[in-house]
Design a protein around this ligand. Structure first.
Ligand SMILES: [Zn+2]
Length: 406
C-alpha cells in the first residue's frame, strides 16, 4: 500500500531553499531523484494557519474558512482552530478510506481525524507560538487537542521503547528555546512512531522555528539560516529514527508560505483607534458595522498608502462585516498599543505579502517509490492536496485543483 510522509517547514521561501540548498544536506539528499516544484504559490493571505489549511483541504479561504491566523469568532478576532475548517481534510478523508493516519504536531487537524494524534507543541492550555508575546486560552478544537489522550498508545509506546521522553516538557520561560525543543521532540516522535509496527499509511508533521527566527532576525540572515540548518538536521533525526522504513514512504516536503524583508510597521491601533482590526502580514482585516465605519477606515488607511483589497477570498458570511486592506510593499501591519501610526517593525521579516508577490512563493519537493523524477517551475496552492491524495491512493475528485502527478 502506498504511504505518504508529509513534513511542513514553516516559512521557507522558494528562493531561500534554492539559494541555500548546499547548507541542507538531509533535505537535498531526500530531494535527489524526486519531483521538484521550484515555486509553489501561496494562498491569500500567505499566512501560517491558512497555509496549513490549504495543504489539508486543497481549497482557498473562501471555502475552507481560515483566512488568517486569527479569524472572527462572535465578538472578536482570535486564533483560528481546526473547528474553523469548513471542508474535509486529507487526514479525515484518508481515515474514512480506511487508512492509518498519524498526525504528530501538525496544526489545524482535529484530534478525531487521525488514528494517532499528538498536539502541536504550541497548543496546550494556551495557543502560543514562539513569536507570540501572550498566549490565547485554547478553545474549541485546540482545547480537544490539548486534552487528547491517544487511545492507541502507539506514540508513547514507540518513544518509551527507545528510552525517549513520551511527552513535551512543561513550558519554560524562554519560549524561543522551548520552540526549538518542541520541534526536536516532534522530529524524534514522528520517526519513532513510523518506524514501529504498524507503520502508519499517512504521516503529517511540521517544524516551526524557521518562521519565528526569520521574524526576529531577518530574511536569509546568518541566524535565520542557522534555524533552517537546524530543521534540516531535524529531518535527519526523523530519517535516522525511521531507518530502513524510510524507503517505504513517499515524502512530501514543503512550506506554508515564504518570507521577505519588512522596512516599516503600520500600527492599526493608532490609525484606526477604537476599531477592531487584525494584522495578517501586509493584509489587514477590519470589522465594520456600517458604511460610515468602512469609509472612516478606508480614509484613515489611505493616508499611509494602504488600499482596499478584493474580499472575495473571505468566506461569504464574513464578507458581510469584514473589510480587507493591503499595505504598500515593504510595510507590514503589527498589533499592539502604539501612539505612532508607523514604527520600526518588531518583525523585520514577514509573510502574507501582496498576493502574488514572488517572495511568498514557497518550496516543495516529493520523493519516494511512487514519485516520478521531474520538475515543474510553478504550482498552485490547490494542487498540493490532490497530489497527496493521489499518492495515498484515495479519491482526488473532491478537490478542485489538479494533481501535480497527472
Ligand atoms: Zn507559517
Amino acid at each position: 500500500m502506498p504511504k505518504v510522509f508529509l513534513i511542513m517547514l514553516d516559512g521557507v521561501s522558494a528562493d531561500t531553499f534554492r539559494s541555500h540548498h548546499s547548507r541542507l544536506p538531509f533535505l537535498s539528499r531526500l530531494a535527489a531523484g524526486g519531483f521538484s516544484v521550484e515555486r509553489l504559490r501561496s494562498l491569500v493571505p500567505g499566512i501560517s494557519l491558512p497555509g496549513r489549511t490549504s495543504i489539508l483541504t486543497g481549497r482557498g479561504a473562501a471555502e475552507a474558512g481560515v483566512y488568517g491566523n486569527n479569524v472572527w469568532h462572535d465578538t472578536r478576532f482570535s486564533y483560528a482552530d481546526p473547528d474553523d475548517v469548513r471542508v474535509p481534510t486529507l487526514p479525515r478523508l484518508a481515515l474514512a478510506a480506511g487508512l492509518d493516519v498519524a498526525c504528530v504536531g501538525f496544526g489545524m487537524v482535529r484530534p478525531e481525524d487521525a488514528t494517532v494524534f499528538k498536539r502541536p507543541w504550541w497548543a496546550d492550555n494556551f495557543v502560543q507560538r514562539a513569536r507570540d508575546d501572550v498566549g490565547e486560552p485554547a478553545q474549541g478544537a485546540w482545547r480537544r487537542a490539548a486534552d487528547h489522550v491517544d487511545p492507541t498508545g502507539r506514540l508513547i509506546a514507540a518513544a518509551t521503547a527507545a528510552g525517549y521522553p513520551a511527552d513535551y516538557p512543561e513550558r519554560f520561560p524562554d519560549r524561543r528555546i522551548y520552540a526549538f525543543s518542541g520541534d526536536m521532540h516532534v522530529a524524534n516522535w514522528v520517526g519513532l512512531l513510523a518506524a514501529a509496527d504498524p507503520a502508519p499509511d499517512f504521516v503529517l508533521t511540521e517544524f516551526l522555528v524557521t518562521d519565528s527566527v526569520q521574524h526576529s532576525h531577518g530574511f536569509d540572515t546568518e541566524a535565520s539560516l542557522w534555524a533552517l540548518g537546524y530543521l534540516d538536521a531535524l529531518v535527519g533525526v526523523t530519517l535516522g529514527r525511521l531507518g530502513e522504513r524510510a524507503a517505504e514512504y513517499n515524502f512530501v516536503i514543503l512550506s506554508d508560505h515564504g518570507h521577505w524583508h519588512v522596512q516599516k510597521a503600520l500600527r492599526p491601533e493608532a490609525i484606526l483607534p477604537g476599531m477592531q482590526a487584525d494584522c495578517q502580514g501586509a493584509m489587514l482585516h477590519v470589522k465594520v458595522d456600517s458604511a460610515a465605519d468602512e469609509a472612516r477606515a478606508t480614509a484613515a488607511l489611505a493616508e499611509h498608502g494602504v488600499v482596499p483589497y478584493d474580499p472575495s477570498y473571505l468566506p461569504e458570511d464574513h464578507r458581510a462585516f469584514l473589510r480587507s486592506y493591503l499595505a504598500p510593499d515593504g510595510f507590514s501591519f503589527e498589533s499592539g498599543p502604539s501612539e505612532l501610526p508607523v514604527t520600526e517593525p518588531k518583525n523585520i521579516s514577514s509573510h502574507g505579502l501582496r498576493p502574488g508577490h514572488p517572495a511568498d512563493d514557497r518550496f516543495m519537493f516529493m520523493s519516494g517509490p511512487d514519485v516520478p523524477t521531474g520538475t515543474v517551475a510553478m504550482a498552485d496552492a490547490d494542487q498540493v492536496a490532490p497530489t497527496v491524495a493521489q499518492l495515498l491512493g484515495i479519491a482526488t475528485g473532491v478537490f478542485p485543483g489538479r494533481s501535480l502527478l497527472v
